[in-house]
Write a protein that binds this ligand. Structure first.
Ligand code: PEP
Length: 250
């Protein structure tokens, strides 16, 4: 099964209108449809309409950094999947560790967000991963199992046919500390095997991204691991040259 790698930039809460336009223009000039990797960017909500215009009929996917667990109503501060679709989004990150840890999003809430994304035709990028403490306690697999179980209970394992998973060890996100290729491959292989036990075909075609301080210097080795199908890139996606170099490392 050939899986086309995917590299997605997560801009987080960075930039100005002008700087994001310039960044996107620079990224666009370095990406072509025939590249080995598919490329996406997850912009802050307010930049999405303009980004969608700039990306119209281009080969870069547009994503949001979160999505509401409801379609509409009295949910102050939330943005729904239908709204994101209307404004041209293809992807939505759900369960990013910053949402889980800084904003207290539970496995159940993340699962509900994931399901809403799918219901409305967005591809969810489901982030899973353990904290340093959990890893040191030997709880890595149990933590990931719990994160996945909530999603499988609500949306079914088969929902992964239209989703992407990103393994992001929390201790490597935004810290400059990258997991070793062995650590990464171990978890990616575990994820694929676990899904394969229930849905072998979906598991074989599922893209599992790695995220956590991916840089131009380490991207090639990380992406070279058999179960790593690209990356979710934070800091290095804010610089077009670095991001493009990572995209071209696939
Ligand atoms: C992320 O935010 O998903 C991420 C991986 O960040 P960084 O690349 O900065 O570690």
């Amino acid at each position: 099964m050939v899986r086309r790698p995917l590299v997605v930039g997560n801009w987080k809460m960075n930039g100005t209108r002008e700087s994001r336009k310039a960044l996107l223009a620079d990224i666009l000039s370095g990406v072509s449809e025939t590249d080995s990797a598919e490329v996406g960017v997850c912009a802050p909500f307010v930049f999405i309409p303009e980004a969608a215009e700039l990306l119209e009929s281009k080969s870069i996917l547009l994503g949001a950094q979160n999505v509401a667990d409801e379609d509409e109503g009295a949910f102050t501060g939330e943005i729904s999947a239908p709204m994101l679709r209307e404004f041209g989004c293809d992807l939505a990150i759900v369960g990013h560790s910053e949402r889980r840890l800084l904003y207290g999003e539970s496995n159940q809430l993340v699962a509900a967000r994931y399901k809403k994304a799918l219901d409305h035709g967005l591809t969810p990028i489901l982030c899973v991963g353990e904290t340093l403490d959990q890893r040191e306690q030997g709880d890595t697999f149990a933590v990931i199992d719990g994160q996945l179980a909530a999603v499988f209970d609500l949306a079914g394992v088969e929902s992964l046919a239209n989703a992407v998973i990103a393994y992001e060890p929390v201790w490597a996100v935004g810290t400059g500390r990258t997991a070793t290729t062995e650590q990464v491959q171990e978890i990616h292989e575990y994820l694929r095997r676990k899904i394969s036990e229930r849905e072998p075909e979906i598991s074989a075609s599922l893209r599992i991204l790695y995220g956590g301080s991916v840089k131009p210097e380490n991207a090639r080795t990380l992406f070279g691991m058999p179960d790593v199908d690209g990356g979710l890139i934070g800091e290095a996606s804010l610089d077009a040259e670095s991001f493009l170099s990572i995209c071209h490392s696939v």
